[in-house]
Ligand binder design. Structure first.
Ligand SMILES: Nc1ncnc2c1ncn2[C@@H]1O[C@H](COP(=O)(O)OP(=O)(O)O)[C@@H](O)[C@H]1O
Ligand SMILES: [Mg+2]
Length: 274
């Protein structure tokens, strides 16, 4: 019964989102402001569909969110191809992909596929899924995103940087509040250190809900990473924050996630009720 209710809610959300937008077209794909089609289709949704997402560097909380998502993705061929192409790029340098759309349109679903695609490419993926209710908790998102990475690579940081991050993430007994510049420098140091071992991905679902201190530390770092192989894979509501988190606009691919076409909604209903 619980399962049925959850399923019914999902469909209702999707259908409502589609109707509310007044259109039944799938999301467009664009870089900067010019709309284009994906130049290269590396994988279709059929090939990506249903692939289990393995575990990796991430907080337990966020990892659980991804692990429970083994739903089939219906439609979204262009969006999935864009995500897969981005994951396969492997080029050095800080860059990002943002899935932008209203609530219920399927951003998280595509984001999870992106996490899986990056992992299949061998990247280390750090996860965070901040909630609106956590916006006032300083460094909550940074904890989700980087605590495990700090365990793994923290030995390569200088003592002050390690100490600053331990304080910010409440992993030390220090009474003093985390110094924000020291935390930002430490995050930069940590991301640089981790990226020396291979491609690193910061996967953030709902970038707009990042608590301000976490967002500021990430912005500070991503602006300075230059040639380090660090990617941002984010989802974002269309209103409000730019979501760039310090990355140059021309190094961030924006994938608009519009409402699903009615035919795809029908396929979801069929697949889940069968
Ligand atoms: N392409 C899709 N195929 C199958 N189910 C989908 C698809 N897109 C969204 N859903 C379902 O619709 C619901 C809302 O999607 P979600 O990704 O959470 O949206 P958002 O993150 O934009 O709020 C979820 O239950 C999800 O499983
Ligand atoms: Mg979501």
């Amino acid at each position: 019964m619980k399962k049925f209710l959850a399923f019914a809610c999902s469909i209702a959300t999707l259908a409502f989102a589609a109707v509310a937008s007044g259109q039944f077209t799938s999301g467009a794909y664009r870089r900067g402001t010019g709309r284009t089609k994906p130049s290269l289709r590396l994988r279709t949704s059929r090939q990506i569909r249903g692939t289990p997402i393995s575990s990796g560097a991430a907080s337990l909380h966020s990892e659980a969110r991804v692990e429970t998502a083994r739903l089939n993705v219906v439609g979204r061929d262009a969006e999935l191809a864009a995500v897969a192409e981005f994951a396969a790029l492997g080029a050095p340098g800080a860059r990002g992909l943002l899935l932008v759309g209203d609530a219920g349109f399927g951003k998280t679903t595509l984001w999870r596929e992106g996490v899986g695609a990056f992992r299949r490419e061998g990247a280390r993926v750090c996860l965070a899924g901040p909630a609106e209710s956590e916006r006032d908790l300083p460094f909550a998102a940074l904890h989700d995103l980087l605590a495990k990475l700090l365990d793994e690579v923290g030995g390569e940081l200088s003592e002050p940087h390690r100490g600053a991050l331990d304080a910010a993430l409440l992993r030390s007994t220090s009474e003093s509040a985390a110094d924000r510049l020291a935390v930002s420098l430490a995050v930069l140091d940590l991301l640089r250190a981790a990226s020396r071992h291979g491609a690193l991905v910061l996967a953030i679902d709902d970038v707009q809900w990042l608590d301000r201190p976490s967002a500021a530390a990430l912005e500070f770092s991503l602006r300075r990473l230059e040639s380090a192989s660090v990617s941002l894979l984010g989802t974002l509501r269309p209103d409000g924050a730019s979501g760039l988190l310090g990355l140059a606009a021309d190094s961030v691919l924006r994938v608009d996630v519009g409402p699903l076409p009615a035919a795809d909604l029908g396929r979801i209903v069929e697949a889940r009720s069968g």
